[in-house]
Design a protein around this ligand. Structure first.
Ligand SMILES: *Cc1c(COP(=O)(O)O)cnc(C)c1O
Length: 408
């Protein structure tokens, strides 16, 4: 039977203290014990259901974590104060000094910088590979390798990882497959496809209101317990804990994720099709021209579509900047990083979210100057949006007056 992530979220029911339809928020950093013995046992991790201190766990964070674990089909999950606050402890927990990581070379700029500039302090070395080339992935593995890391749909180039294939390689070499699923919540279920650990930046689609940063690590009970261990757990000790009030707020937004993802995907597919027909170089996994279109189709939970992210290339950074400024002036969206908002957001990744990646490497991975990354919003009238965007492109001589791409 097909995995139904939205059903799994919906079927979890928590009532508030007074029969509230939302769970009560636990507005406390610390918890009392009726006996000193129970406090000791809780420190030792032997008193299930007792709360100790909110950096370790809190009821509100557990509610949100359990809903996200249900969505990803993992045993449990641990929420954190940001996406990077989920990624970095998960990596550090799985590695020790001298460990080696094989990662996709097209990943979120912050994650890239962590592997490239930060983990080498602990002699942790990382090989950056083309994740769509399974042979290259397997060849990069050494005796010190602990992790294969990727994004299910990569930022910003929208490459799709063959999670099944990667999982087989990981199992063969006794490695953990860690997948960042931020770009494709509900559409792709990495754990069901064989990932050991699934991570999200909740900041993006899952929260969906661009009012906070947040993150989650979904995995086995054993792994999440390790992360939370008071003596050597990276999440516990590095301390990127989400606040309870915020966890309650993210949980409420999660309730509408399935509806939002359908609209993001529908709007993005519409615009991508139009842009491509106009002759613009368009990358969207829902287009037949996308190199991983068939792969995405074969692994997706169909009703959520191919996601809300697309890129176009308008030839130069200058044109990209002019277009983004004009679209913002016409209120078609905001010139802003991040994604998953009700409003369309656009940015030029080379000079913003991927600027951590050196120019030569950007070129090698196909990240061009004129690339604009769009997070398509929830526009009720996407047809109107398209015609207004096209007007901008005509005005800037990107398209001719008949709406055809002008060669550069
Ligand atoms: C934004 C993002 C992150 C980092 O999340 P924060 O919440 O900003 O810390 C990680 N991975 C991907 C794919 C992202 O888009």
């Amino acid at each position: 039977m097909a995995f139904k992530p939205a059903n799994s979220i919906q079927d979890l029911q928590y009532f508030g203290e007074f029969g509230g339809v939302n769970p009560s928020i636990s507005d406390s950093s610390t918890y009392t014990f009726l006996s000193a013995k129970t406090m000791f046992d809780t420190f030792e991790g032997n008193a299930d259901g007792c709360y100790l201190y909110s950096r370790h766990s809190s009821p509100s964070n557990l509610y949100l974590g359990e809903a996200l674990a249900a969505m990803e089909g993992t045993e449990t999950a641990n929420v954190s104060a940001s996406g990077m606050g989920a990624i970095t402890p998960a990596i550090l927990q799985l590695c020790k000094a001298e460990s080696h990581i094989v990662t996709s070379r097209t990943i979120y700029g912050g994650t890239y910088a962590f592997f490239k500039n930060f983990t080498p302090k602990f002699n942790i070395k990382t090989s950056f590979v083309d994740i769509t080339d399974l042979n290259a992935v397997e060849k990069a593995i050494t005796e010190n390798t602990k992790i294969i890391y990727c994004e299910s749909v990569s930022n910003p180039l929208l490459e799709v990882a063959d999670i099944n294939g990667l999982s087989k390689i990981a199992k063969r070499h006794n490695l953990k497959l860690v997948v960042d699923n931020t770009f494709s919540p509900l559409s792709i279920s990495p754990a069901i496809l064989g990932a050991d650990v699934v991570i999200h930046s909740l900041t993006k689609f899952i929260n969906g209101t661009s009012d906070t940063v947040g993150g989650v690590v979904c995995g086995t009970q054993d792994f999440i317990n390790e992360l939370r261990n008071v003596n050597n757990g990276a999440s516990m000790l590095l301390g990127a804990t989400m606040d309870s009030l915020r966890a309650a707020s993210v949980l409420k937004n999660l309730r509408t994720l399935h509806i939002r993802m359908q609209q993001h995907s529908k709007n993005a597919l519409f615009l991508a099709g139009k842009f491509e027909r106009d002759g613009l170089k368009t990358v969207y996994p829902g287009l037949k021209s996308h190199p991983s279109h068939d792969l995405f189709k074969s692994i997706m939970n169909e009703q959520y579509g191919f996601g809300g992210m697309l890129t176009i290339d308008v030839g130069s950074l200058k044109k990209a900047n002019e277009l983004m400024e004009m679209m913002q002036n016409k209120n078609l969206g905001y010139l802003a990083v991040s994604l998953g908002f009700y409003k369309t957001l656009f940015s030029a990744p080379g000079t913003s979210t991927s600027s951590e990646i050196p120019i030569e490497e950007q070129k090698a991975m196909g990240l061009t100057d004129g690339l604009i990354r769009f997070s398509i919003g929830l526009d009720a009238d996407i047809d109107r949006t398209y015609y207004m965007m096209r007007e901008c492109m005509v005005e800037l001589n990107i398209l001719d007056p008949l709406g055809r791409k002008i060669p550069v």
